[in-house]
Design a protein around this ligand. Structure first.
Ligand SMILES: [Zn+2]
Ligand SMILES: [Zn+2]
Length: 299
């Protein structure tokens, strides 16, 4: 096989680092935006995140514009995030059915884009209790996977801050889902640092974060981790309130993020920001520069 040119080889050593990017104007436009901020990884919604269903399937021209985008290869990892209305533990039968159908549709769309996984918040048990809620999530995931056997895009369960009755704020919740679905090979995990901190996991120091991930390895399993959301937290440790802050400006602070940027275990894991920004995305450029700066040796 011919060797790739030098610039490509150097680029492939750069971390998979980027942000959640808007698809306004078409999915191919997200690639433009990612390239503008120097991202090598990006997360996108596969349809409007505030609607149950897409108004229409992807037009072949839009799919082509995405797949054949001249700079598509620069963004080495692209993955999806599911819509916020979906609740696989809904107690209202109508919402539950809609949630499952909406997730099927999103997975089909993600698969058309060739995305390796779609990030999903496990769900909220409402008043049913954690155990009943987790059981409902498991039943829902089984139903979704059975309905779309051909789809290769996996679901990445995201840990949550534990706001209200949200499931997924403790590692055992994620483990229970992974261990009890019928097709576990179609699941993986995405860890959000702001959610981790707000749900009570202290990642403010390298030693603290290392301990948290030893627990993760023992309870969930290291091999399941597919992505990281790097967000600082406006809210306190264990507050169970989900408010993202710019890197180093929140309660986690730079030492925690130094661990995520330097620990060898995360070297090949894509990391994306979900921090506040204006249309021009200057904030993303700044946050990415801060994160890259943490990779430099301090001594
Ligand atoms: Zn997140
Ligand atoms: Zn969040």
């Amino acid at each position: 096989m011919p060797k790739p040119p030098d610039d490509v080889r150097v680029a492939s050593k750069a971390p998979l680092l980027g942000a959640h990017v808007s698809t306004a104007g078409g999915v191919d436009k997200a690639v433009d935006r990612a390239v503008t901020i120097g991202a090598t990884a990006m997360q996108i919604f596969v349809k409007s995140n505030m609607q149950w269903f897409a108004p229409s399937p992807f037009a072949p021209a839009e799919l082509r514009a995405f797949h054949e985008h001249a700079e598509r290869a620069q963004v080495r990892t692209v993955f999806g995030h599911s819509g916020y209305m979906i609740n696989l533990a809904a107690t209202n039968p109508e919402f539950l059915e809609k949630s499952r159908r909406a997730l099927c549709e999103e997975l089909l769309r993600a698969d058309q884009l060739g995305l390796p996984f779609l990030v999903l918040h496990p769900g909220a048990h409402m008043t049913a209790g954690i155990e009943a809620g987790l059981e409902k999530v498991i039943t829902s995931l089984d139903a979704v996977f059975v309905a779309i056997p051909q789809v290769k895009t996996r679901i990445a369960l995201e840990n949550t801050a534990g706001q209200g009755s949200c499931l997924g704020c403790e590692f055992p919740h994620l483990a229970a889902i992974l261990q009890n679905v019928r097709e576990p090979e179609r699941l993986c995990v995405c860890i959000d640092t702001a959610h981790l901190f707000a749900s009570g996991y202290d990642i403010t120091t390298g030693a603290g974060a290392e301990k948290v991930f030893r627990d993760f390895d023992g309870i969930v399993g290291r091999k399941h981790l597919a992505a990281l959301h790097l967000n600082d937290s406006k809210t306190a440790l264990g507050s169970r309130v989900d408010r993202h802050e710019h890197i180093g400006k929140g309660r986690i602070g730079l030492e925690g993020f130094r661990y995520f940027m330097t620990a060898p275990r995360f070297a090949k894991i894509p990391k994306v920001l979900e921090t506040p920004k204006e249309k021009e995305m200057k904030e993303d450029v700044e946050n990415l520069a801060v994160l890259r700066g943490l990779m430099k040796k301090t001594d």
